[in-house]
Design a protein around this ligand. Structure first.
Ligand SMILES: [Zn+2]
Length: 239
């Protein structure tokens, strides 16, 4: 069994129909399994969506979403087993979805720019939670923080001004290996993988939510660059 991930198709679809397939409980509380979901489960450095499921006069709050074994668990307040088989209207917290998509896309942009202007830095980690966003890189070479900061800010401005579009697609594993340089994990040849690309920057495999174009990242600010022991951490925010 696998939950169909409808959010892959459109970041800006905030409401959709789904069917409750099952309910369950784990260490995080009661959860609901749907046949398809608009909710982005926490992962890849990006927090989960929140929202509600509506069945007639019953409103089910969804406060956390997590993927376990290809099934997306929508965590809620109690056992809703009496609604199994019912069609529900899924509604996302729109402001939260858009904020997460902007912060996450900004992480991609910073990673792309740094690997372009200073290719010895390799992205190793992204964390795109509101008020604590950062991208982390490693390198064996020393670089001046001040020079990088100046170049990065300039490049961000240029890219946003050029308003590059963000494209997304789902392709099979062997094609991903052709398109994505520096793949850091193995992918079976026949597995479908979601890939993302900003403008002409390299493709990246990614299951997150992204805005359509860089104009939506206006207000992106680099708040700190810290280099220590071959690791560089770049903190940022969108104000
Ligand atoms: Zn992404």
């Amino acid at each position: 069994m696998k939950t169909h991930l409808s959010y892959f198709e459109n970041t800006f679809k905030f409401e959709d129909l789904a069917t409750i397939d099952a309910v369950g409980k784990d260490e995080n509380g009661h959860f609901i399994l749907l046949n398809q979901t608009l909710f982005h489960p926490q992962g890849g450095g990006q927090p989960s969506d929140q929202g509600t499921l509506q069945v007639e006069d019953v409103t089910i709050p969804i406060h956390r979403v997590k993927a376990v074994d290809n099934m997306v668990r929508h965590y809620t307040d109690k056992n809703y087993s009496f609604l199994i088989g019912q069609e529900v209207t899924s509604s996302l917290d729109q402001a939260m979805r858009l904020n997460h998509a902007r912060l996450h896309t900004a992480g991609h942009l910073i990673s792309n720019i740094i690997e372009n202007i200073a290719p010895h830095w390799n992205t190793v980690k992204g964390h795109h939670f509101p008020n604590e966003c950062f991208v982390e890189f490693t390198s064996q070479n020393d670089t001046s923080e001040a020079i990088l900061m100046e170049q990065l800010i300039q490049e961000i401005e240029t890219c946003i001004e050029a308003n590059y579009s963000i494209s997304m697609d789902q392709i099979v594993g062997d094609k991903v290996k052709e398109l994505c340089s520096n793949l850091k994990f193995s992918i079976p040849n026949d597995q479908l993988v979601r890939i993302v690309r900003i403008g002409d920057f390299p493709f990246s495999p990614c299951g997150g939510t992204h805005v359509k174009s860089l104009q939506e990242l206006k207000g992106l600010e680099i708040t700190r660059i810290k280099i220590k022991n071959n690791t560089m951490k770049i903190n940022y925010d969108i104000r």
